[in-house]
Ligand binder design. Structure first.
Ligand SMILES: [Zn+2]
Length: 215
């Protein structure tokens, strides 16, 4: 079984959902950098305050601050028994730092899962999304359309599209993602613990493919 996992995938690849499922099935923590950061800021820890200051001033986060953040967050977990990292590392130098840090904790990665999916399907998944103003139910005009146009099946509320779900914005988000992540994927690709997983199709199909690798 592989249970020291790095999970990657573009926005709309379903990696958050799949990460949660894997975490349950393998009984290991899902450690998401976004959530961890929000928590550090909300509880006003030393590293949280540092981040808040940088974000407020629109400054880039220096590597040393990022490393301190990783150490602060990861200290809360018994990493030897397994983990899924979601949303980090973001760069090759962060990956190298983390590998060294994990070794100092007596462990390391044994699995890099890269959820790959065609841009055209991601764009349909995200730009087709409609949300109910009233009850937050989520629909998709391509995969799960409401029975009546722009009206919630459950409560009859009006449906809307989130501003950052528009097609041009989704394309831009994908460009940024590939630009940032491509060197990292190349860095891991030659390792025998790198697995590129087809992220297309239904949620349960994708889960099946992922479990086929880790179990
Ligand atoms: Zn509704």
């Amino acid at each position: 079984m592989r249970n020291h996992i790095l999970l990657f995938g573009p926005p709309g690849s379903g990696k958050d959902t799949q990460g949660k499922i894997l975490s349950k099935v393998l009984n290991i923590p899902l450690i998401s950098s976004g959530e961890a950061l929000r928590e550090e800021i909300a509880t006003q820890t030393k590293i949280g305050l540092k981040f808040e200051q940088l974000i407020k001033n629109g400054l880039l986060v220096p590597d040393e601050v990022m490393y301190e953040f990783f150490k602060t967050v990861l200290a809360k977990y018994n990493l030897k028994e397994g983990f899924i990292f979601n949303g980090f590392p973001r760069t090759v130098s962060q990956a190298q730092f983390l590998s060294g840090y994990l070794e100092s904790r007596g462990t390391n990665y044994d699995c890099v899962l890269y959820l790959n999916i065609e841009d055209s399907e991601i764009i349909k998944r995200i730009s087709g999304r409609l949300i109910c103003k009233n009850c937050d139910a989520v629909y998709n005009i391509y995969f799960n359309p409401p029975k009546n146009d722009m009206e919630c099946d459950i409560c009859g509320g009006e449906l809307y599209k989130r501003a950052d779900d528009k097609e041009t914005i989704v394309k831009r988000r994908l460009d940024v993602y590939y630009h940032d992540t491509a060197p990292l994927v190349e860095y891991f690709r030659s390792n025998n613990y790198f697995f590129e997983i087809d992220g297309s199709g239904t949620e349960s199909h994708v889960t099946g493919r992922l479990l086929g690798v880790v179990l």
